[in-house]
Design a protein around this ligand. Structure first.
Ligand SMILES: [Mg+2]
Length: 357
């Protein structure tokens, strides 16, 4: 079954409220949607959300990438999906969000060609996954109110963004813990804000608030800093911006520098590479989380299909569709008390046709 066409389109996703993290605030993002068409008319959809700071991409570079690879892909068989994706990785460095869009669209078309929902095509059986909800940085009263709101909606896990300054960061964690109680799981994400020594001091003071793990306490490049922190605190340390691909994961694991790894399709280049990271980590006894950028239901569903079929992915941070005003996905993902249930339609089960019309 040959791939006969590849199209892309830009769509501006707007946030319901500005989303602030340690190094910036986002109000909207220009995501690129991809459509591959097979010779029998089957279509596969994918999505890219670039990040200047994390993947080094903007939507213009994603389009340039797609222009270059379109010729390589058209004419290939969809059942040669592994080789097609491998050749993308081999021939062009970086560009991971652009690669992810293509990888997701190819997996969608592949599973449709097999007449199976993607999680089943990937070897999974369960189609529900429970996401946390992420509280962006705002004034502390508003953060507490938002936390309480989502707990009332049934969410049992919250991720808290910090990285303002050490005292405020500690106050944020303390106040949110006090306002939601101890039955709710709290994860903290510093998005590279602290020095290794500050991180150790702060995390030790946060321990009393029963933090599940702390994500990316130090700058992405500072692998020995990550190890310094990991070796000195009891709270598990998760690498996010430090790990884009399976080779980054391998290097951190070799250094014994991390307890958990946060995989994102946009950072690693798609489902195929995400599975590789999960397996490298599994061999080392390290669990993984699946996370997200500013993505709509389409690529979040792709990440959920992947998570449901990959044993070593056990933490789920797949909440970005909850923050969007204008998700173009049909149907949009629904969260029942934080639980996402995937459709049993073939493929990912979501269309973004309206972006192309
Ligand atoms: Mg993070």
């Amino acid at each position: 079954m040959k791939i006969v066409d590849l199209k892309w389109a830009v769509y501006r996703l707007e946030n319901i409220q500005p989303f602030r993290i340690a190094y910036g605030v986002s109000e909207a993002s220009n995501n690129i949607y991809v459509k591959v068409t097979l010779e029998d008319g089957t279509e596969g959809f994918g999505e890219a959300c670039g990040s200047r700071r994390v993947t080094g991409e903007v939507y213009e570079t994603i389009i340039s990438f797609l222009k270059i690879v379109a010729e390589q892909i058209v004419g290939e068989s969809i059942f040669n999906i592994n080789r097609v994706i491998e050749s993308l990785y081999k021939n062009i460095k970086g560009n991971t969000a652009a690669k992810a869009a293509l990888d997701i669209a190819l997996h969608d078309a592949w599973a449709k060609a097999l007449s199976q929902p993607l999680y089943k095509a990937l070897g999974g059986q369960v189609n529900v996954v429970e996401s946390d909800y992420t509280i962006g940085i705002k004034n502390i009263d508003e953060m507490c109110k938002e936390a309480q709101n989502f707990v009332e909606r049934g969410f049992k896990k919250l991720k808290i963004k910090v990285g303002v300054n050490p005292q405020t960061d500690l106050d944020i964690v303390k106040r949110i813990r006090e306002s939601v109680g101890y039955d709710i799981e709290l994860r903290v994400d510093a998005n590279q804000a602290w020095s290794p020594k500050t991180a150790v001091k702060l995390i030790k003071r946060m321990e009393r608030y029963e933090i599940e793990f702390v994500e990316q306490p130090v700058p992405a490049w500072d692998y020995s800093g990550l190890k310094f922190v990991k070796d000195r605190v009891d709270v598990p340390i998760t690498a996010d911006e430090s790990v884009l691909t399976s080779r980054d994961a391998l290097n951190l694991i070799r250094m014994d520098a991390v307890d958990l790894i946060n995989i994102k399709l946009m950072k690693c280049g798609g489902i195929k590479e995400a599975i590789k990271i999960a397996h490298v980590a599994e061999a080392a006894g390290i669990k993984c989380m699946i996370g997200c950028m500013n993505e709509s239901s389409l690529s979040i569903a792709a990440a959920a299909h992947l998570a449901m079929s990959t044993k070593n992915i056990v933490y789920y941070d797949l909440d970005s569709p909850l923050m969007l005003k204008n998700d173009p996905s049909e149907p949009k993902l629904r969260y029942e008390k934080g639980v996402i249930k995937l459709s049993d339609q073939p493929g990912i089960g979501i269309s973004v046709e309206k972006v192309f019309s």
